[in-house]
Every structure is written in C-alpha cells, then in structure tokens.
Design a protein around this ligand. Structure first.
Ligand SMILES: [Zn+2]
Length: 322
C-alpha cells in the first residue's frame, strides 16, 4: 500500500520548509530551501511550486503516492477564501496577489493558502501543546509577534481569514514604535525587533550595540540577549522584564476576552521566557479577572520549527470554510 500524505509548506522571510505529513499529522519527510523573498512575484511563486514538486519527487522515490492535498503557509494578511495575499511584509512584490490561483496553475492541483502564524497555531493545536484542547490562545514570539485563536475547537478566521493579528494588540498607546506603523503594540516589546529597540533606547544609542547582544553576523539576537541576562547583565535583565510585563498585559486582555484553557507561547523569543516570566505573571494576575485567569494555564509550544508545516498540512486537509 502506498503511503498517504499531505504536503505542508511554510514560507518565512529567508527559508522555506516543505514536508510530507501523514493524515495524522506526523512529519514523514522534510526539505528546506531558500524563500527568495526579494525576487519578483512570479519568481517567488515559481520557487514555491518548484519546492513542492521537489518534495513530491522525493516522496515518489520512497514509494509514496500522490499527495492528498497541498497547504501553503505564507506571511502577511491574506484572504483564505479567495487565496489572495493582501500584503506580505517580507515579499515586496506580493500586493493583492492571487497566490492560490497561480500555484494551482503551475502545479495542476488544488492548493489551500493559510497565514503563517495561523498555520503555526494549527500545528500546535493538531499535534503540539494544545492537542485535544478547544479554547486556546496561541502567541508566537519571533522577529515579529503572531498568533492564532482556537475557539470551540476551530481556528478563528474572521470575515476573510485575517483574524488573529495578536501581535498588534495595543499595550501602551504612547509607547514604542511598531513595524506596523503605530505605537505601543505587543510586537514592539515582545519580538526580537522590539527588544533590539528597547536595548538601544536603554543604552541611549541607535547603532553599535555591544557585541554581547549580537550574533556572529553582527545582528541583534535574543539568544545572545538571554545569555547576557544569564550573566546578570542589567540591560538584558531589564529589557526582558519589560518585554514580559507587556506580554502579560496582552495575555490578561486575551484571557479576559476568550476565557481560554491554555495560552501557548512559542517562537524563537520564547527561549527568553525564564527572564520574562516574573513580570509577565504579575501583569496577568494584576489584570486578568481572577476567576478567568485561574482557568488558563500558560505553557510553552511543543513542536518547535516544524509547527508551520504541520499546520499547513492541517489547513490543506480541513480547508477553512466560510
Ligand atoms: Zn503593530
């Protein structure tokens, strides 16, 4: 009997992960490639199609049959029902771009498009920390902050699939600038780009951050900031405490609105949570209604970087319906 599988592809700003996923959500095969996000819109699309075809070839070589379905997770607000990317932050050339139609034309098969943060949330819901749960708030803390809401066992899409921009909850309207153009969003504090600005502000300079906060390529890195915090560096400790405080304010609002059983925190920045936890918990307990807060456990995500491909495969198997 041939192995049944679904293709899940997760496109980030730099890399694409593409996987063959079993109908139960296990990753059977995983390939990585560049996302070429700076290329023209047709070239970025052709690159996605080529990586899906390369995965199919690898799957066929192992005796797998044809994929049951194909799910593609991409950054940016998008209309999941029409398969149109409205505005992708990392792909300059995708503006109101009919990605699904273009991919289907190149692949000759139906494709489901999902937002990358929503796909990440679906992965954790299907196979990760939120498995078997029905009421969950999920936040992924990375370069930016994304999220997803599971209500009644279903991902909330809103009118056209753009719901769940949890990184842009206002936590301080007069606060730090956010990449979205306004001030004081959660993302301006609890993401790596936000933390870089907090460190610069605290040091009173814009460039030339000390080496202890930078990776080998000279870029600000939350992993290095966390190491500095471990060595009791005052700026690192204060920055992470500030990030935790604002994260707690956002979580308190989400808890009060949705009464979740679980709040799942993931993404690259979540490695710094031990240094964010005290201020986060105190903001949550100060602001969440105690009866609601008592029912919500805050936990770490479980799947790591494969969550997006698993969630994209879930979206393909159970496409969003209006
Ligand atoms: Zn924002």
């Amino acid at each position: 009997m041939t192995t049944r599988y679904v293709i899940g592809l997760d496109m980030g700003g730099t890399n694409i992960r593409c996987a063959a996923v079993s109908p139960q959500g296990e990753v059977l095969l995983l390939r990585r490639g560049p996302s070429n996000a700076d290329s023209s819109a047709p070239a970025v699309t052709a690159n996605i199609a080529a990586q899906i075809q390369a995965l199919e070839t690898a799957a066929r070589a192992r005796g797998f049959g044809a994929p049951l379905a194909i799910g593609v997770a991409v950054p940016g607000p998008l209309d999941v029902y029409r398969g149109v990317v409205m505005d992708a932050p990392h792909v300059k050339n995708w503006r109101v771009f009919p990605l699904r139609r273009r991919l289907e034309a190149q692949l000759g098969r139906p494709v489901v498009i999902e937002n990358d943060a929503n796909a990440w949330a679906l992965g954790e819901f299907w196979r990760g920390a939120a498995r078997g749960r029905k009421e969950v708030v999920l936040l992924t803390l990375g370069t930016g902050v994304g999220g997803g809401l599971i209500i009644g066992g279903k991902l909330v899409h809103g009118k056209s699939g753009m719901a769940g921009e949890l990184g842009h909850i206002a936590v301080d309207p007069e606060g730090m600038p956010c990449d979205c153009g306004v001030r004081g969003c959660l993302e301006a504090y609890a993401s790596s780009s936000g933390m870089a600005r907090l460190v610069a502000l605290r040091l009173g300079r814009n460039a030339d951050l000390p080496d202890r906060y930078l990776d080998s390529g000279g870029n600000f890195s939350v992993r290095h900031l966390t190491s500095a915090a471990r060595a009791r560096d005052a700026v690192a400790l204060k920055t992470l405490a500030t990030a935790g405080h604002y994260l707690g304010i956002a979580i308190a609002s989400l808890v009060n609105i949705f009464n979740p059983e679980l709040v799942v925190l993931g993404g690259g920045v979540s490695g710094a949570l031990p240094f964010m936890r005290a201020t986060m918990i105190s903001a949550v307990s100060e602001r969440a209604f105690s009866a609601i807060g008592a029912q919500a456990r805050i936990v770490r995500a479980a799947l790591g970087p494969i969550s997006g491909v698993v969630g994209a495969a879930h979206a393909a198997l159970y496409p969003p319906r209006r």
